[in-house]
Design a protein around this ligand. Structure first.
Ligand code: SAH
Ligand code: SF4
Length: 364
């Protein structure tokens, strides 16, 4: 069994090289080859002594998760499905926009937090992704998009909004974040890397201390009674603690606002009165809102709010001076692509795959 070098950030790789009597600058060269050039073959790392290349071949490897499928929709959104073994599939979505390209990546296979409107949550928790599996999504997407001359944009932004709760897989997530920010790896600005959390308050503080990047918080309700039901982790970290944690985070954050995500559930959290309640709750937190039309999945008890009600909700927030965006819903062509995708994947991963795709539709 060789060591997968995609599991290391710069410090980890230096330590691994030191253990084997190799100098720090060699570790940096290899880091750059792997992440800046997308190279997984030691023999192609031409400025490294042949003897070291041979040594590396004997004890190490560069292995990202295997791509199961790659689907392009009419609007340019591109979905990569990765097999992470044991019947687990994860999905990564590339969203090209005018000024930027955003990659949405996963941090866990499944999720233990069981939010009532989330298909990943309903699937239960399978396991944490390794660093190589988290950063490997970016590594693979970069290689593929870089190699494709028709690709509209390269990746300028990363959001940890795929499957799983990033802060419940803290160590691996932070190591992967360090690689995203490292100039010898992906060199992304802290402002362009966003962690989305359902509100693990103590871990938000750790993130602020260890690797402050932009923050999105999945709010979905403006009072504890409703949020306890929708986002069960709220019973442990209720709203007043969460709001205080957001303000503490902002003291160290690269941006001067938190993005609150709010899924629009018909008749549950979408009334004008609830928009008012939301404004009152967040009055002392510099924030923006991102309204997400609910994406239904089989067996879910909710429906998406009708478009006029989402618009009204957004207007109330905006009239109060809070920047509010509403996420686009899926186009028909994506649904078609999705059906094709589900038909192509491995038997073992089919069930999970469908759910993953359904979850991600809404983010496109
Ligand atoms: N676990 C993290 C990040 C992954 S979920 C979190 O909860 O923030 C990313 C976003 O998608 C969250 O805001 C989540 O609440 C939302 N989401 C989950 N299921 C959804 C669904 N069926 N429809 C719309 N948004 C959903
Ligand atoms: Fe987990 Fe986020 Fe889904 Fe909640 S919304 S179950 S925290 S992935």
């Amino acid at each position: 069994m060789t060591v997968n070098l995609l599991d290391f950030d710069a410090a980890g790789l230096r330590a691994f090289f030191a253990e084997h009597g190799e100098k720090p600058f060699r570790a940096r060269q290899v880091l750059r080859w792997m992440h800046r050039s997308g190279q997984d073959d030691f023999d192609a790392m031409t400025d490294i002594a042949k003897s070291l290349r041979e040594k590396l071949r004997g004890m190490a490897s560069v292995i990202a998760p295997a791509i199961v499928s790659d689907t392009l929709s009419d609007d340019g959104t591109r979905k990569f499905l990765f097999d992470v073994g044991g019947g687990n599939a994860i999905e990564t979505v590339f969203i090209p926009e005018d000024e930027r390209g955003t990659l949405c990546i996963s941090t866990q296979a499944g999720c233990a937090l069981d939010c009532s409107f989330c298909s990943t949550g309903k699937q239960g928790f399978n396991r944490n992704l390794t660093v190589a599996e988290i950063i490997g999504q970016l590594w693979q997407a970069n290689r593929i998009l870089g190699a494709d001359p028709s690709a509209e944009r390269i990746i300028s932004n990363v959001v940890l909004m795929g499957m799983g709760e990033p802060l419940a897989n803290f160590e691996n997530t932070v190591t992967a974040l360090r690689l995203m920010l490292d100039d010898n790896a992906y060199g992304l600005s802290r402002r362009r890397v966003t962690v989305s959390t359902s509100g693990l308050v103590p871990v938000m503080d750790r993130l602020a201390d260890e690797c402050a990047v932009a923050l999105a918080v999945s709010l979905h309700a403006a009072n504890d009674k409703l949020r306890d039901e929708l986002v069960p982790i709220n019973r442990k970290y209720p709203l007043h603690e969460l709001m205080a944690a957001c303000n503490r985070y902002l003291l160290k954050a690269p941006r001067d606002f938190v993005t609150f995500e709010y899924v629009m559930l018909d008749g549950v959290n979408d009334s004008a009165a609830q928009a008012g309640e939301l404004l009152a709750l967040t009055r002392d937190v510099p924030c923006k809102f991102n309204l997400i039309p609910f994406n239904p999945f089989p067996g879910s008890p909710y429906r998406c709010s009708p478009a006029p009600r989402i618009r009204r909700f957004a207007e109330i927030l905006m009239e109060a001076g809070v920047v509010t965006t509403t996420r686009k819903t899926r186009g028909d062509d994506i649904a078609a692509a999705c059906g094709q995708l589900a038909g192509q994947v491995l038997d073992k991963t089919r069930r999970i795959t469908r759910r993953t795709i359904e979850l991600h539709e809404v983010r496109t």
